[in-house]
Every structure is written in structure tokens, then in C-alpha cells.
Design a protein around this ligand. Structure first.
Ligand SMILES: Cc1cc2nc3c(=O)[nH]c(=O)nc-3n(C[C@H](O)[C@H](O)[C@H](O)COP(=O)(O)OP(=O)(O)OC[C@H]3O[C@@H](n4cnc5c(N)ncnc54)[C@H](O)[C@@H]3O)c2cc1C
Length: 472
């Protein structure tokens, strides 16, 4: 039998552990390089693989109406080691899957250590991986060691590797009240790739603006204590910091009302305007332009719903500012997450612009499968975009719409959510089991059930096809 050359995985966190497992299970040898305990990060405390650095929750386990629950279900179908050990070390948490963090991490470590095709090296990869590693997965996470981050930054160009995320809230389009908001670009400018009506605009009168500023100033903020001393970057000041600098600052910044005419009330000039910019190609998600914030999550939802048009806004994600090393993936990675300028390097986990333990592990699993397929001389097969895995990969590699105008880069990490899925081709049923008409939340839940059923059917078909491909 010919010897199969190993794939190198750098980083034994959630993504790297799952990637190594999937590769080994495909029959390909893996060398997993993890720098702990020789070198630590600001957040990890143990030497275990797949350490959970903060909460012990994998979030909802509901595969019918929750996108992360659906992702769990798909991962279980792939034989995920992260899900298998998560299930085995579950602690009671209602509808969520929470785990005993030490038991979980120890079990993942033991499983990987005892796999005959996995070799674990405790060492930092402190620069570009050696040239003779012809297939590498970089899964070094949000706290990638500085030496490796510098080497990646040199390859991609510094602008394409961020060290922080400054996230503006993202809203589901269907929850915006378009009887109050309207589509228009400032001065109707089309710009490259635009139409002149690319933004959703939400108008505030003077009283609404003053109330909004009062609420911002009074709201609870999270301290930016993660590795203090870091300056705000990219001109991305949090909105509450702008408000602290002066009550009018926002009106001269992201809430400026100029160049816009309220379609619903053309003779009255808005005192301030909040703009939302399309965030994904599907047009299902919009981000609140310039609204990066450190407000606590509870405060954010309440304050943003004070904005006319957003009273019933549903948020795909709330705003935040965190230490986070991640790539401008839609630009620098190809469809199977290879670095375009150096395709022997693939990326996986949070460094690609997904967010969360489960999402990182899921992307790790997929990238492991792609790399293993390639090593075995097969074409990597992408999961359909209708599945949770496929929707997430699509967000990372192509689903995101970049800014229409110049400014800070707009690709930001995201949890899996139904806004990333293509809409249903047929409307979801609008009647319940007893023939009653579904409204509001019941209607939304019914739609999610249909999206989830479509996802699982498509995922099973894809996995079956992938398995047949492997046997061939
Ligand atoms: C402070 C903090 C709190 C978070 N809290 C949560 C939370 O509560 N819930 C949630 O779902 N997500 C959370 N996240 C987000 C994220 O999902 C997790 O960080 C997740 O662990 C990412 O998985 P990963 O595999 O990409 O990275 P990690 O799990 O961080 O794994 C990366 C691994 O690479 C190793 N490494 C780094 N550089 C090198 C190198 N040069 N050579 C060798 N090894 C290297 C690290 O030691 C680490 O083991 C948090 C992130 C941070 C930073």
C-alpha cells in the first residue's frame, strides 16, 4: 500500500480537533500542532484540546426551529467528535446543549490521542508553515499567536487580516417596518455595483433623536477590558462613545440626515436617519451602518427598537467589539477555504469569519473533509447552500455583500442563523394542524420548520453522495 502523506492541522481548538478527526476518519494521516501548554493565549487556561474558553454552552439543540440546533443535527450525521463528546458530557440546560467543559475537553483529547492516524505535536507554528507541508489547515482561532498572524498578514496583505471585530447589529429584513422606512442611497448615488436605492433608511424626528441619545448614554455598557490599551481602530468608534463626545456627534456621523428624502413624508426633513445596508446577497439581512457598539445585549435590542421602522426588529446578531483575528475571507479564500495566493493553506474555524464554538467546529469538520478528499485524489464536494453547513460556508466565501462605498471593511464574523439560508421556493404553510391561520411567531416557526426539513433532506442527500464518491 502506498504511504499517504499527512495533512498538517495547526491549532487544536474546536475547529482543529474536528478537522483532524474528520481527516483521520477518512483514512488520511494527520499531524495536529497545538502550542499549548508551551505557549498560552489570553483566554485558554488548560492544555486540553477543544477547550471552551468562556461559556460551556453549544446553545440551542432544537433542530426544527433553531439554526444552531440544525447545525448540531447535521454535524452528528457526519460523525463529529465535538458533537459526540458534547452529547456524552452533557449537563442539564433546558433546550440548550451545555457540557461539562473539563470532561468534554479531556474526552476530545483522549479520542484524538488514541486515533492511530493522528499524531499530536505540542509546538507553536511560529511563522509560515514549512514549504514541505503541502496540505495545511490553519485553525488557530481568534487568538492566533502573533508570529503566525504576522506571517499570514504578510501573505494576505495586512488589510485582509483583522485583529478585532467591530460589529454593527444585523437585522432580518422581514422584521423591518417598510411603512416607516424606505430604500434610498444618500444623494441617490449608485456607486460601484449599487442601484441608488441600496440602503434602508429609518427617520427620527428631534424628540425621537433626543430620547435615543438619552437611552444610549444611560445604557449599560460592557467594558472593553479584553486586553486593555487597544485603540479603537478603522475609525470604528462605538456609537455610545460618539454620543458621550457630544449629543450632536451621531447626527454628524452615522445618523446624518443629508441627501435623503423620506418617501412616506417627502416634505418633512428627518432630524436624523439610521441607515441599514444589505449584508448578504440573498437580501435577507441588513446591517445598521456605523452602529458598532459595546452596549450590553439586553440594552441593545431595547434601544434599537426605539428607532422608527425597527420597533419589531429581529436581530441576526447584536453589535460588539472583541479581540478577534480573522480573514477577509470572501476576498482571500476560495470555495473550499483555500488561500487563493497559497492554496496549500486552508483555513478553518473562527479565523475564517464564523463565530461560536459550534460554527467553528462545523467549519473545521468541512475543511477537514475537503482536505482529505483532495489528498485522496477526489474533488472536494461542497454541502448545498440550503443546509446549515452550506449556508455558513456561503457566508464565509461568497454570500456577503461588501460595502458599496469606501469605508472600513464590512465582512464581520457571524453565528449561523436562518437569514443565511436561501428563501423557500414555495411559501411555508400558513395554516396550523387544526386548519387555524398562522400569524406572528407561529408563522415564523412554521417557516423555520420547513427550512430545517429542507436542510436535513439536502444534507442527507449530499452526505450519501459524498459517501458514494468515497467508495468509488
Ligand atoms: C475570550 C473569548 C470568549 C469566547 N466565548 C465564546 C462563548 O462563550 N461561546 C462561543 O460559542 N464562542 C465563544 N468565543 C468565540 C469562538 O467561537 C471560540 O473562540 C472558539 O473556540 C473558536 O474555535 P477555533 O477552533 O477557531 O479557535 P480556538 O478554539 O481558540 O482554537 C485555536 C487553537 O489554536 C492554538 N494556536 C494558536 N496559535 C497557534 C500557533 N501559532 N501554533 C499552534 N497552535 C496555535 C490555540 O492554543 C488554540 O488551542 C469566544 C472567543 C473569545 C476570544
Amino acid at each position: 500500500m502506498t504511504q499517504i502523506a499527512p495533512i498538517h492541522v495547526v491549532g487544536g481548538g474546536l475547529a482543529g480537533s474536528e478537522a483532524a478527526w474528520q481527516i483521520a476518519e477518512a483514512g488520511v494521516p494527520v499531524v495536529l500542532h497545538e502550542m499549548r501548554p508551551l505557549r498560552g493565549t489570553e483566554a485558554h487556561k488548560t492544555e486540553g484540546l477543544a477547550e471552551l474558553v468562556c461559556s460551556n454552552s453549544f446553545r440551542s439543540d432544537d433542530a426544527e426551529t433553531n439554526a444552531v440546533g440544525l447545525l448540531h443535527a447535521e454535524m452528528r450525521r457526519t460523525g463529529s467528535i465535538i458533537m459526540r463528546m458534547g452529547d456524552a458530557h452533557q449537563v442539564p440546560a433546558g433546550g440548550a446543549l451545555a457540557v461539562d467543559r473539563d470532561g468534554f475537553s479531556q474526552a476530545v483529547t483522549a479520542a484524538l490521542e488514541s486515533h492511530p492516524l493522528i499524531t499530536i505535536m505540542r509546538e507553536e507554528v511560529a511563522g509560515l508553515p514549512p514549504a514541505d507541508w503541502d496540505s495545511v489547515i490553519v485553525a488557530t482561532g481568534p487568538l492566533t499567536s502573533p508570529a503566525l498572524a504576522a506571517a499570514i498578514g504578510q501573505l494576505t496583505g495586512e488589510k485582509e487580516l483583522a485583529f478585532f471585530d467591530a460589529i454593527a447589529p444585523i437585522v432580518h429584513f422581514e422584521s423591518v417596518d417598510m411603512d416607516k422606512a424606505w430604500f434610498q442611497s444618500r444623494y441617490d448615488k449608485a456607486g460601484p455595483g449599487g442601484t441608488g436605492a441600496d440602503y434602508i433608511n429609518c427617520p427620527l424626528d428631534k424628540a425621537q433623536y433626543e430620547a435615543f441619545i438619552d437611552a444610549l448614554l444611560a445604557a449599560e455598557k460592557t467594558e472593553f477590558k479584553e486586553w486593555e490599551g487597544t485603540p479603537y481602530f478603522d475609525g470604528c468608534l462605538p456609537i455610545e462613545v460618539m454620543a458621550e463626545r457630544g449629543r450632536e456627534t451621531l447626527r454628524w456621523g452615522p445618523m446624518k440626515p443629508v441627501g435623503l428624502t423620506n418617501r412616506h413624508n417627502p416634505t418633512v426633513k428627518a432630524y436624523a436617519v439610521v441607515q441599514l445596508r444589505q449584508d448578504n446577497k440573498l437580501g435577507t439581512l441588513f446591517n445598521m451602518t456605523g452602529f458598532q457598539t459595546k452596549l450590553k445585549y439586553g440594552a441593545q435590542a431595547a434601544i434599537f427598537r426605539m428607532i422608527p421602522g425597527l420597533e419589531k426588529a429581529e436581530f441576526a446578531r447584536l453589535g460588539g467589539i472583541h479581540r478577534n483575528t480573522y480573514l477577509n475571507s470572501p476576498k482571500v479564500l476560495d470555495q473550499t477555504l483555500r488561500l487563493k495566493v497559497e492554496p496549500r493553506l486552508r483555513f478553518a474555524g473562527q479565523i475564517t469569519g464564523c463565530e461560536g464554538y459550534v460554527e467553528s467546529a462545523a467549519i473545521g469538520g468541512m475543511v477537514g473533509r475537503f482536505a482529505a478528499a483532495e489528498r485522496l485524489g477526489r474533488e472536494p464536494s461542497l454541502p448545498p447552500v440550503t443546509t446549515a453547513h452550506g449556508a455558513l460556508i456561503n457566508h464565509i466565501t461568497g454570500g456577503h455583500v461588501s460595502t458599496i462605498d469606501e469605508g472600513p471593511r464590512s465582512f464581520q464574523p457571524m453565528n449561523v442563523n436562518f437569514g443565511l439560508f436561501p428563501p423557500l421556493s414555495e411559501p411555508a404553510p400558513n395554516k396550523g394542524p387544526d386548519g387555524e391561520r398562522l400569524r406572528g411567531n407561529a408563522k415564523t416557526q412554521a417557516r423555520k420548520r420547513v427550512l430545517s426539513a429542507r436542510a436535513l433532506a439536502d444534507f442527507d442527500a449530499w452526505l450519501g453522495g459524498a459517501a458514494r464518491g468515497a467508495a468509488a
